[in-house]
Design a protein around this ligand. Structure first.
Ligand SMILES: Nc1ncnc2c1ncn2[C@@H]1O[C@H](COP(=O)(O)OP(=O)(O)OP(=O)(O)O)[C@@H](O)[C@H]1O
Ligand SMILES: [Mg+2]
Length: 253
């Protein structure tokens, strides 16, 4: 499924947050959304998910405008893991939270196939052992992995992840990004992940956009976006990208 954002503007009241933002994302591409705090990354994902409606411009999924799609169709096509989240159910188990990912697909009850998909998604995010635990008693990193499993179980064609690694330990940061990358490529879906860690973005993303104060400063192959010049311009910070053990690494100087 192809996602195209055509010159969207979004304001909260008089406060202009996104200005002429554009983006094009094809299947089997993982895009990193980069930019300083407050630059509009979450706002952009919320527009793509249809939670917010831009005042100008259009968001198009496979030639269909998002604003013309029923909410149920959006839910089938777009999976969203928010930056900060709590469950809207009362004290559900981890299994029940992941099962909710199947909701857009069911008519009146969950099938055996739905349940298989849920277990596979939990396995993918390494949360099977937590299945019977209460969701509201998990650590932040466990919560993040469970919500990712829910989005995987949803089998959406576009996966939006807002800072998927922010609460994860160093091992899971690599593992989860690696799984997201593989999932996008294996299942022919499109992924958009907000990431602050430039090295992780460089390692796992195919494409990137760099936002600053609601404007796109650079967009394209991750290589062309994460450059010392662009990072200096946006963060006023010096980086180098040396090869270490045969792989480019982003090093803050
Ligand atoms: N509900 C809201 N009402 C009014 N202003 C908001 C609202 N949500 C966010 N903003 C403002 O919009 C701007 C962009 O916020 P957004 O959450 O999109 O930033 P971000 O790039 O995701 O930042 P971070 O890296 O800190 O998560 C900020 O100035 C923020 O204060
Ligand atoms: Mg944010």
């Amino acid at each position: 499924m192809q996602l195209r954002i055509d010159s969207i503007d979004f304001s909260y009241g008089k406060n202009e947050i996104l200005k002429k933002v554009y983006l094009e994302l094809k299947e089997t591409q993982l895009m990193g959304i980069l930019g300083p705090n407050g630059s509009g990354k979450t706002t952009m994902l919320r527009c793509i998910n249809g939670i917010l409606t831009p005042q100008q411009g259009s968001i198009v999924l496979d030639e269909k405008e998002l604003k013309d799609m029923p909410r149920s169709e959006v839910a089938k096509n777009i999976g969203y893991v928010p930056q900060n989240s709590s469950s809207d159910l009362c004290s559900p188990t981890v299994y029940e939270v992941v099962l909710m990912g199947r909701k857009p697909h069911i008519t009146w009850q969950f099938s055996d196939r739905d349940k298989d998909i849920v277990w596979e998604a939990m396995e993918e995010m390494d949360v099977k052992d937590l299945a019977s635990q209460r969701f509201d008693r998990l650590s932040s990193g466990q919560t993040q992995r469970v919500l990712m499993a829910r989005a995987i179980a949803q089998e959406a064609h576009v996966l939006l992840l807002d800072e998927p690694t922010s609460n994860l330990d160093v091992k899971y940061q690599i593992e989860v990004m690696d799984r997201i990358h593989r999932l996008v490529h294996k299942n022919n879906i499109s992924g958009c992940a907000v990431i602050h860690d430039l090295d992780l973005a460089m390692r796992f993303c195919d494409k990137a956009v760099l936002l600053n104060k609601g404007n796109i400063v650079a967009a394209g192959d991750v290589w062309d976006v994460i450059t010392p010049e662009n990072i200096k311009k946006v963060y006023d910070m010096d980086i180098a990208i040396p090869d270490i053990y045969g792989r480019p690494r982003v090093v803050v100087l």
